[in-house]
Design a binder for this molecule. Structure first.
Ligand code: ADP
Ligand code: GN1
Ligand code: MG
Length: 363
């Protein structure tokens, strides 16, 4: 079946005027679709869901519909604009939340108008706004019935498990690439002890499970195209019970890096403490005082943990033959893992300052 025919399976009016690849996500295949009717155009996001990664699409979509319906009510009650501030799933014509054809799964979202998502911070204020949006997202979902959420990717941020998976990839060396990544492998092996710090605290009841986003990259939040204010948190595939410090951490990992995630000149990679501070300020404001003392104390560790974890995931994927993250060049995942390593090392150098900034905003 042609892509265009699949679009027609969804409850949208008009004819397809334009359709093309969109965005820079590593997981799903995203297209922007423009439908035309009576001389007017309406935009939609059409996605092929990565079913290698999301094995149970019914459960995945049940999570997303549940969370977006809930957010819409909360946003309405607070006098916001639910059409812009919450993702809206467009059902298939048969009423289902997605469409399955020829072994693939597709879904459609209303396009959030007059908003932009960025792959890199343009100005510090953008990062503050993204922090406020992700913090607010967590606050809005603080009463969401967490037990109704399916675990779309088991052990998603179980860092010791990620470490074990990484060690297995090294051991198996299915592509014979271990020899290309000796230094990198060693870097993560040397940090084994630290990998379980957060999961241990969680197991001991010292860090609470909350409904979290779990993939808080800057390009997973839409900012108003004119005012730059946070509009809507998107990419809800991994909304599951998790740790607030990991949501904080993954944003820092991606957005407070002075270089792109796949930069090959590692001298450009560092933690921008100014951006880090903006994020601390925005996230704490968005969380509205809900973070516990231990969570606040562990925010810097969240940043380091997500950076180490992502670095190991990229490296394990490189060693396993690039089966998870979409790549656009040879050794792309190795390059990505190297930036995460360099960023981790820079966080280690700036550790005291990272803690100090959190202290300053926690008072
Ligand atoms: P992936 O899981 O592959 O990262 P995303 O859901 O994040 O996929 O979508 C990829 C990109 O498409 C986003 O970074 C954003 O730029 C754009 N996008 C996704 N959903 C919408 C939407 N509803 N409105 C406008 N843009 C969107
Ligand atoms: C993936 O889907 P995207 O591109 O927003 C990945 C994240 C990684 C990130 C690294 C479901 O995010 O966990 O941190 O790439 N998402 C999934 O850029 O694995
Ligand atoms: Mg995304």
């Amino acid at each position: 079946m042609e892509k265009r025919e699949m679009v027609e399976k969804f409850a949208v009016d008009g004819v397809i005027a334009e359709m093309g690849e969109y965005g820079s996500g590593h997981i799903n295949r995203t297209e922007l679709v423009q439908m035309q009717q009576n001389g007017k155009r309406e935009k939609y996001i059409f996605q092929q869901i990565n079913t290698e990664i999301f094995r149970n699409v019914d459960e995945l979509m049940e999570n997303i519909v549940g969370v977006t319906d809930y957010l819409r009510e909360k946003i309405k009650a607070a006098g916001g604009d639910p059409a812009r501030e919450a993702l809206q799933v467009i059902p298939a014509r048969d009423g289902a939340s997605y469409f399955r054809a020829e072994g693939h799964c597709y879904r459609m979202y209303r396009f959030i108008p007059d908003a932009v998502s960025y792959d890199a911070v343009r100005q510090p204020e953008d990062f503050y706004e993204s922090a406020l949006a992700f913090g607010t997202f967590q606050s809005l979902l603080s009463d969401y019935p967490a037990e109704t959420l399916h675990e779309t990717i088991p052990d998603f941020h179980n860092t010791p498990k990620r470490f074990a998976d990484f060690c297995r990839a090294v051991e198996q060396d299915v592509c014979g690439r271990v020899k290309l990544a000796q230094k990198e492998i060693e870097f993560f092996m040397e940090r084994e002890q630290e990998m379980s710090v957060l999961t241990d605290l969680q197991a001991a009841g010292e860090l609470p499970l909350r409904v979290t986003h779990n993939d808080t990259k800057l390009n997973n939040v839409m900012l108003d195209a004119k005012t730059g204010k946070g509009v809507c948190v998107i990419d809800l595939d991994t909304v599951m019970p998790g740790l607030a410090v990991n949501d904080f951490g993954d944003s820092i990992r991606f957005g407070a890096n002075t270089a792109a995630e796949d930069e090959t000149d590692l001298s450009k990679v560092s933690l921008d403490l100014g951006l880090y501070e903006q994020y601390v300020r925005g996230f704490l404001q968005g969380c509205q005082g809900s973070l516990t003392k231990k969570e606040l104390e562990m925010l810097p560790m969240g940043a380091k943990m997500m950076t180490m974890e992502c670095g190991m995931r990229f490296l394990a994927d490189f060693l396993s033959g690039d089966t998870y993250f979409r790549i656009h060049r040879e050794q792309h995942n190795l390059d990505r893992s190297r930036t995460q390593m360099a960023l981790t090392a820079d966080m280690e150098r700036k550790w005291e300052q990272m803690k100090q900034i959190v202290d300053q905003y926690s008072k």
